[in-house]
Design a protein around this ligand. Sequence first.
Ligand SMILES: C[S@@+](CC[C@H](N)C(=O)[O-])C[C@H]1O[C@@H](n2cnc3c(N)ncnc32)[C@H](O)[C@@H]1O
Length: 263
Amino acid sequence: MSSDETPQEPDLVTAWDYVAPAYADYWSPRFAPFVAEALADFAPPPGPLAVPGAGPGDEALLLAERFGDREVWALEPAERMLQLLTARELPKNLYARSATAREVSQHVSGVGGLVSCFVLQLLPDRAGALADWRRASIPGAEARVLFWPRQLDGAWGQLGAAIEAATGEPRPAWETPLAAELGALGWRLERSQDVVHSIEHRDVEEAWRRLVDACSLQTLLRRAGPEALARCEARWKANSGLEVTPTGVVHRPTARLWILRAE
Ligand SMILES: C[S@@+](CC[C@H](N)C(=O)[O-])C[C@H]1O[C@@H](n2cnc3c(N)ncnc32)[C@H](O)[C@@H]1O
């Protein structure tokens, strides 16, 4: 990790380190349809491919198989995530390294395509990451950046409202200012599209437990503490926004895909 990391970044990485196996087990298969749709027509110009925040490695493996004649660089700062990835049967063109999203250019250059799934929304320095991805890339390179925008409706909209109420901190509206900064960071936003799929859980309790033990609420727990988490839990469970079905509960979160071109 480089010396100029913001103070939040080590805590963030530690939280993801803690949830790594449970994330891979529970959330990876639920997020797979979003990733598959985001990459369906991905055809970047020649050059290595970079995957910052690769997690347990699903999208990097998919790319390494599809682009068998290219180097694919899976970069991930959480040690246990990286262990999960390297424990898999890796094709010869897949390289896995420990790196934050702002350290891609330290590992790979001449990048023709970059894929980042569900990482942008959690970074403390999004502009710093995008600037680094541009440094690593050739002009004309394509970046597919899939992220969770601020959800206002549904289960995650209710969850966001519960977090705001529990912490007293408003969720920043970061997407529009970041989009306005893209040109200065060397990227052109070619397309922004929504990607929507259903995610099912056994019940509200299971959904909550998996968010805390296997996903991003682990960060909230570490940042805001157990009392804030308990306030958030009580409010969300009282009005979770999850739809009850005959087999469990379901929601249809909206992910956003930015297709960026390096200028
Ligand atoms: C929601 S997971 C996504 C993992 C994988 N891309 C996927 O779609 O399943 C977020 C990932 O971002 C990683 N991460 C956390 N802080 C990071 C940082 N500063 N730079 C890069 N990745 C980071 C976490 O360790 C975790 O693997």
